[in-house]
Ligand binder design. Sequence first.
Ligand code: NDP
Length: 334
Amino acid sequence: ETVLVTGASGFIAAHLCQLLLAEGYRVRGTVRTNAKGDYLKNLFEGKGEFEYVIVEDIAKPGAFEQAVKGVQGIAHTASPFFLNAAKVDDLVKPAVQGTVGVLQSAQKYGDQVKRVVVTSSVAAIMQPGPGPYTLTEDFWNTESPQVLEKEGDAASGPHKYRGSKTLAERAAWEYVKESQPPWDLVVVNPPFAFGPIIHQVSKPEDINTSVATFYAFTHGGKTESDLGTSPGNWADVRDIAQGHLRALIVPEASNRRFILSAGPFTSQEIVDEIHTWKPEVPNVPIGKPGNGKAIASQAVTFSGERASAVLGVTFRSFGECLRDMHESLEKRFP
Ligand code: NDP
């Protein structure tokens, strides 16, 4: 069977492609440039059947018409993830139009499609703070779309991103309700994705948003004042890829959303872990070693229980995730 992975050049998508190939699926990835496609072709050389097609602009009507032909499953991961966008449309337009565009093309031209998995985010679930409380798939982020409507381009960068993910996921469910396609929809909602990078990143400034958050800790970009809070929830990119794969194939997943979260993390836990490494990483703040769990207990928890129960996803430890992420970054940028 062939799976179409949109935005194959991304951090999460490259892992998903790798996993699908390892499981014996043929993979067709969409990328914006030949250079990104050729990088992936090289990466997956000898690991299975990988091909790529160019989709330069996911927001363009009909962008996926060719890409969906002959595939049985689709994982739509392509969506801009930046927390400093100037304009609402920089994020909302590609997020919403890209998502609806994939679904339209799947219905019109994807005559073999059985299931579409859309990568949403816990950003589409998030509620105004502070914690501690637990959020499940029953919640929707109603705040960010309202903020975008009220404040427009003046809205904060995080609201622009969260709004884009919320509006895109909402549009996906609405599309399915209204258009009654012959395939079913599954949505996955990951939190901060950490773990090793395998996608193309040629300089540190180009590291994807979530991994860049960690890279700052090991490269003098954080101070003592950055500790003491929980920036959010996390999961290992390899477990998130596993969640996508299971979402594509588990029958009971049909028409549901799945939080792919290992739970809250704190900056204190990141620095505590880094300080155990040899050789030592310089310029890493110290904070109050051992205090991370107490800080995390005050945070908002996104529950990964449904993903564990229905999809059978298991979540790696934070330590393993951080070590593997660091190693991959050191190799890339010694
Ligand atoms: P990346 O930035 O690494 O990947 C994003 C992918 O989308 C890239 O392939 C990128 O192409 C493509 N893309 C972005 N904008 C456009 C556009 N306008 N037209 C065509 N392609 C576009 O991000 P991640 O791997 O981190 O994210 C993948 C998905 O997971 C996104 O939907 C994101 O919202 C979601 N997500 C990510 C989380 C995280 O912590 N990383 C957490 C929760 C959800 P190119 O390589 O050419 O830029």
